[in-house]
Design a protein around this ligand. Structure first.
Ligand code: SF4
Length: 366
C-alpha cells in the first residue's frame, strides 16, 4: 500500500496535522504484523467486577455474521503484512451455537490463518455444553503452524538449514515443522486472573487443561493458552503452578510472556496490564502507541478488531478507538486500504478532540 497518501483535517493545528500524517504513514506502511480479532458478540454468561466490555456492550448489540468473518479472512490473505493470525473473542465467544462456532473456526483455519479462541471456560461446568464443545474441537481439521513462535526464533533456525535456497517451499516447511513440532494452528486460551475475572477462573482452566492434555486426540490438535493480569501473576502461580494435579514444569517468564509445560504439553501465557475501566483512560497521543511489542527486538503487532455492529477499530488500553463501519454505503465490504484511511481520519479527529478538551481544562477553569 502506498504511504504517499495524506488527509486534511479542517482547522488543524500543527500537532494535529503531524498526528494525521503519522497515522497515514504508519497504517498504510508495512512495518508491523497485522492480526485480526473478531468480537463475535458482547453477551457474556458472567458478570465480572472488572469487566472491560460493559461500555461497548451497551452500544454494540447483535453478533458478527459468520459470512463477514469468512469475507475478511479471505480479503486479508492478499494484504502484504497480514500475519495470518486471528483471534475469536467476545463477550463470551462460546455463547454462539457450538456448531456455528466450529464452522467459523474451521473457515479461518482453512484460509491458512492460525486461530486463537479466547474463552472464560465456564462452559466446562455445563455437562451438555462441554460435550458439544469437545465434540466440535475434536472435529476440527488443524495443521501445524509456526505462527505463535517468535519470528526471530524461526529466522535463527532457518539460517542453520543447509542449502536453503535449493529447497522447495514444501521441503522448507517440513524442516520447520520437524524442528518446532509442538505448535498447532489452533489455540484455546483461557482468561485466568483474580482482578478482572472471578477466582474460579483458575479451576475452570485446570479442568479444561486436564481434559485436553489427557486426551490424545485433543492434545494432538489443540495448543493451550492463558491470559492473566500483571497483578495476578503471583496468584496465578500459586493456583496453577502450585496445583500438583497439573504437573507444571519448565516455567519461563519474559516480560509480558511466559510459557510452561502442563502434564507434558506446552502452554503459552500472556500477561496483560490492568486498566481500571471505571477511571478515565489517557487518550492516545502518538500513533506508535497502537503497535504492540512482545519484546524490544520483535516486530510490532497491530490488531484490527471487528465488532458485532459491523464496525472495526484498534484496541487501546481496552478501549476500541478509530472505530468506523466496515460496510460501505452501497452495502459492500470496504477494503483494508479504505479502512486504513477512514480509521486514520477517525483517530485524528479523536486526537484533536482530546487536545481541545485538555486545552479547556487548562485554560477555561470557569
Ligand atoms: S468473562 Fe470476560 S467478558 Fe464476561 S463478564 Fe467476565 S470479564 Fe466480562
Amino acid at each position: 500500500m502506498s504511504s504517499k497518501q495524506t488527509i486534511k483535517i479542517t482547522g488543524a493545528d500543527e500537532a494535529v496535522a503531524r498526528f494525521a500524517q503519522d497515522a497515514v504513514n504508519v497504517l498504510t506502511g508495512a512495518d508491523y504484523n497485522l492480526e485480526l480479532q473478531f468480537y463475535l458478540d458482547y453477551r457474556c454468561d458472567q458478570n465480572c467486577r472488572g469487566c472491560y466490555d460493559r461500555d461497548i456492550a451497551k452500544i454494540c448489540k447483535g453478533s458478527i455474521p459468520s459470512w463477514d468473518i469468512a469475507h475478511f479472512v479471505r480479503h486479508f490473505k492478499d494484504v502484504e503484512n497480514y500475519a495470518s493470525k486471528t483471534c475469536i473473542t467476545g463477550g463470551e465467544a462460546t455463547l454462539r451455537p457450538t456448531d456455528e462456532l466450529g464452522y467459523i473456526i474451521q473457515k479461518i483455519l482453512s484460509s491458512g490463518s492460525a486461530v486463537e479462541l479466547k474463552t472464560n471456560a465456564t462452559w466446562v461446568n455445563d455437562t451438555q455444553k462441554a460435550k458439544e464443545m469437545w465434540r466440535m474441537l475434536s472435529g476440527l481439521k488443524v495443521s501445524k503452524a509456526l505462527l505463535y513462535k517468535e519470528p526471530d526464533e524461526i529466522e535463527k533456525f532457518v539460517k542453520t538449514i543447509p542449502n536453503l535456497k535449493q529447497l522447495s517451499q514444501e521441503e522448507r516447511w517440513s524442516k520447520l515443522t520437524e524442528h518446532f513440532p509442538e505448535v498447532s494452528a489452533f489455540r484455546l486460551a483461557v482468561s485466568v486472573d483474580n482482578i478482572i475475572h472471578q477466582e474460579y477462573s483458575a479451576y475452570d482452566f485446570a479442568k479444561v487443561a486436564l481434559h485436553v492434555t489427557n486426551s490424545p486426540e485433543l492434545s494432538e490438535k489443540i495448543d493451550l493458552g492463558v491470559v492473566t493480569m500483571t497483578n495476578s501473576y503471583d496468584w496465578f502461580s500459586e493456583k496453577i503452578f502450585g496445583n500438583p494435579d497439573l504437573k507444571c514444569t519448565n516455567i519461563r517468564k519474559n516480560c509480558q510472556r511466559f510459557d510452561f509445560k502442563l502434564n507434558g504439553r506446552p502452554v503459552i501465557g500472556v500477561i496483560s496490564n490492568f486498566y481500571n475501566v471505571n477511571s478515565l483512560v489517557k487518550p492516545i497521543s502518538s500513533i506508535e502507541e497502537l503497535l504492540r511489542r512482545e519484546s524490544k527486538d520483535s516486530r510490532p503487532r497491530l490488531i484490527l478488531c471487528f465488532h458485532p455492529d459491523r464496525t472495526v477499530s484498534f484496541q487501546y488500553n481496552f478501549k476500541p478507538i478509530g472505530r468506523v463501519s466496515y460496510i460501505a454505503d452501497n452495502g459492500k465490504y470496504k477494503s483494508w486500504e479504505t479502512l486504513c484511511m477512514e480509521m486514520a481520519v477517525q483517530l485524528t479527529k479523536d486526537f484533536a478532540e482530546a487536545r481541545k478538551q485538555q486545552f479547556k481544562k487548562n485554560y477555561c477553569r470557569n
